[in-house]
Design a protein around this ligand. Structure first.
Ligand code: OAD
Length: 232
């Protein structure tokens, strides 16, 4: 296993871009033709729940049509073969890491394929639409919302993430712009805690200067090369 034992990997929209899922900060700051604040905040949901449901219903349907790409496949292989600690912390709400076969995945921004009942707090697997206000499978209340973290809400499982960062000797960031905190701060946390830090991204990101090394290129190319190297 060479010089590393415990790895934390942070992935962002760039890892799924070649599967055909749009990144957030591509063309003109719009996200699938919507302003983020119109569809991805708790205030937006109060103001216009139909718009928010329609948007997430479309995204939920769309991701089910997409397939993992070689970057997801390579990370799944790493997960299967790495005998040290490994945690893939993803900001993505798609399930492409899991569909590629990765097991040690933590969705810090939630998951498209779950619905959260704000009455009984249960999270249920969910593949269809929410706009018609279906009942919660447990408490029957018609108060389901997408189980995704919106702007102004706390990302999930931060305690587990920081525990993994504390014991990591390698932190790798893949396909993320470094624009959204707290994820954007993980590189500095990992570095201060003594880990080596590597960025794999299409282009230099806002956070590039914090990494010991940045390798630029499409995830489907640079991730398999890096995985082969770390497993050698
Ligand atoms: P962004 O859209 O901000 O950044 C995507 C990054 O991926 C950019 O740096 C691109 O250069 C890079 N990229 C694009 N195509 C790539 C490819 N083929 N290979 C490698 N890299 C590529 O997406 P995130 O950083 O994931 O939060 O955004 C972070 C968070 O902001 C999201 O989780 C979401 C969003 O608002 C919430 O919804 C809470």
């Amino acid at each position: 296993m060479g010089k590393y034992r415990n790895i934390v990997i942070l992935t962002g929209a760039g890892v799924s871009a070649e599967s055909g899922i749009d990144t957030f900060r591509s063309a003109g700051g719009l996200w699938e033709n919507h302003r983020v604040e119109d569809v991805a905040t708790p205030q937006a949901f109060v103001r216009d729940p139909d718009l928010v449901h329609r948007f997430y219903d479309m995204r939920r349907a769309a991701i089910q049509e997409k397939l993992p790409n070689p970057a997801h496949d390579a990370l799944a292989e790493l997960d299967a073969r790495w005998t040290g600690d490994l945690l893939i912390v993803t900001q993505n709400v798609d399930d492409l890491h899991e569909r590629a076969g990765a097991r040690r995945v933590l969705h810090m921004h939630g998951e498209h394929l779950k619905a959260w009942c704000t009455s009984c707090d249960l999270r249920s697997p969910w593949r269809t639409t929410l706009i018609e206000r279906p009942p919660c499978p447990v408490c029957q209340a018609r108060t389901l919302r997408p189980d995704v973290v919106w702007f102004g809400e706390m990302p999930y499982r931060m305690g587990e993430i920081y525990a993994a960062l504390r014991s990591a000797d390698l932190f790798v960031s893949i396909g993320t712009s470094g624009a959204v905190y707290p994820a954007a701060g993980f590189v500095r946390d990992a570095r201060e805690l003594g880990a080596q830090t590597l960025e794999l991204n299409l282009e230099r990101s806002q956070g590039s200067r914090w990494f010991h090394e940045s390798r630029l290129g499409p995830a489907s190319e640079v991730v398999p090369v890096w995985v082969e190297e770390v497993l050698a």
